[in-house]
Ligand binder design. Structure first.
Ligand code: HEM
Length: 228
């Protein structure tokens, strides 16, 4: 698609260098973020078995016990809510920045052209003015009714406005598919006594490795659960 893409106004196609740059952006912007969102989701599910059970029940109902297929993904609504709530508590991109292109007034401040403005997504997601009990993991916050009245910018793991993440829908679809496939096959539990501390290194990563215990749900060929 990138090779075939042409500017609708000028007809110009991308150079090889521009195509490589775009692919690099897709890989760096798209891989690490989704992987971290998933890592934090597995961590939270390990701490909240009742929610994990609801996810497993949804997967079983939607798939009818068969292998997860593409058409199931859109129907896994609660699993999607779990991923959304994990990204509220641990937004993979915890801060974005904007540079003022001209002087403007923001509240009681005059922001001068050239100022770099930090949008603290992590802080917004944990703000008591916007969220009840913000530190509690509660995927029901993202049920359709509960989300209706929420301000658009109270939750922005993918940013907002004209530069909102181009991979938003793809990332959520991918994450829900990965969760459905892996959770049906494996039970993931916390292997470390202390909860992982988030640390910002461009993305929001666990400070220490997030070590987890992985067991096959249906047991090995010998019938005994096997850990990895
Ligand atoms: C859970 C996964 C993801 C998260 C949390 C995430 C987060 C974000 C955020 C917050 C921005 C806005 C940056 C800003 O406003 O300064 C952004 C932009 C972007 N993301 Fe994602 N992203 C994810 C997945 C992906 C995927 C899968 C792709 C590509 C396949 C992707 C490609 C991009 C690109 C190209 C931009 C720049 C868009 C533009 O400036 O017009 N992202 N992402």
């Amino acid at each position: 698609m990138l090779l075939a893409a042409a500017d609708p106004e000028t007809g110009r196609a991308m150079t090889d260098e521009e195509i490589v740059d775009n692919l690099m952006t897709f890989i760096t912007a798209g891989h690490e973020t989704t992987a971290l969102g998933l890592a934090w989701t597995f961590h939270l599910l390990a701490l909240h078995p009742a929610i994990e059970t609801r996810v497993l029940e949804e997967i079983a109902t939607v798939t009818g016990g068969q292998a997860v297929a593409a058409e199931h993904v859109a129907k896994l609504a609660f699993t999607r809510q779990v991923f959304s709530e994990a990204m509220r508590l641990y937004p993979p991109a915890p801060i974005i920045t904007r540079t003022a292109i001209r002087d403007f007034v923001l509240g009681e401040y005059l922001v001068a052209a050239g100022t770099i403005i930090y949008v603290p997504i992590h802080a917004v997601h944990h703000h008591t003015a916007l969220w009840d009990y913000p530190e509690v993991f509660d995927p029901d916050r993202f049920a359709p009714e509960a989300s209706k009245a929420r301000h658009r910018c109270a939750y922005m793991p993918f940013g907002a406005g004209p530069r909102v993440c181009i991979g938003n829908a793809f990332a959520v679809m991918e994450a829900v598919a990965v969760l459905a496939v892996l959770l049906s096959a494996f039970k993931v539990s916390a292997a470390s006594a202390s909860p992982p501390q988030p640390i910002m290194k461009v993305t929001l990563r666990p400070k220490q490795s997030l070590v987890m215990r992985v067991e096959e749900r249906h047991g090995s060929a010998s019938g005994k659960p096997r850990s990895r």
